[in-house]
Design a protein around this ligand. Structure first.
Ligand code: CTP
Ligand code: CA
Length: 225
């Protein structure tokens, strides 16, 4: 964590963040996943800590060290991430869904290694729970809920659609058609959307951009009171 902030804008607040990919098992040795590195979520955890928050980081399988003084919860599947998120969200002031959650899992997971058979094979998939939408739908103890949207096209419209449909307070949208930003990169550029406005954050390190996102969240949280 590089950023050090003099004003602890999130002192006394609890921030829960999901990060990294999820893994959906097909059998004991195979899974469906994605290329998320977890860097953005871990950067957000650092930034929240630097602003004085108590930080819970729910992480899928990643190769990153836990930022100091951050409570890390390791999970594999989307269902496990969902269960951890629902438990922690009700005691959080802010929930940030930065994980690249697998949208689908195998309908059935084989107990034994699946054997090679014909020239084609079909795997039936079933939809995973939408973690951030479940958090945002909480009727009691609902945290300020922030989503991410990685899009390759029509970025602003898809992001605004997710903001509305998932009932989020803010969404951070980035264009992943440009490989210099997002997923495995050290840098990122994005636009934050909330119901009444938007703010563009120019290309900079994930650490710097995380700091700006958390400061924006802190000011919105303060304004809500
Ligand atoms: N998300 C989630 N649970 C899921 C899928 C997504 O919590 N099962 C969250 C992500 O962490 C992110 C936001 O929802 O904060 C948007 O994720 P994204 O994949 O862009 O949206 P989807 O609703 O899955 O739509 P699609 O993949 O079709 O664009
Ligand atoms: Ca998705």
């Amino acid at each position: 964590c590089l950023m050090r902030e003099d004003t602890p804008l999130l002192a006394g607040k609890t921030v829960t963040i999901t990060a990294g990919p999820t893994r959906e098992a097909l059998d004991p040795v195979r899974f469906i996943s994605n290329h998320s590195s977890g860097k953005m979520g871990f950067s957000l955890a650092c930034a929240a800590k630097a602003l004085g928050a108590k930080v819970n980081l729910i992480s899928g399988p990643v190769n990153l060290t836990t930022p100091s003084e951050v409570n890390r919860f390791d999970v594999e599947s989307a269902q496990q991430m969902h269960d951890a998120a629902m438990e922690l969200a009700v005691n959080s002031d802010v929930f940030i869904g930065c994980a690249a959650v697998a949208d689908y899992k195998a309908t059935t997971t084989a107990n034994n290694k699946i054997k090679k058979q014909g020239d084609t094979m079909t795997i039936e998939l079933s939809k995973n729970p939408d973690i951030i939408a479940s958090v945002a739908a909480l009727e009691e103890n609902r945290p300020f809920t922030v989503g991410f949207a990685a899009e390759t096209n029509d970025v602003a419209n898809y992001a605004k659609g997710k903001l509305k449909n998932k009932n989020l307070d803010m969404i951070c949208a980035n264009d992943v058609s440009d490989s210099s930003i997002g997923f495995n990169s050290e840098n990122n550029a994005m636009t934050l959307f909330w119901p009444e406005g938007e703010r563009h954050l120019s290309l900079q390190s994930k650490q710097q951009i995380s700091h700006l996102i958390l400061k924006e969240i802190a000011s919105k949280l303060a304004a809500k009171k």
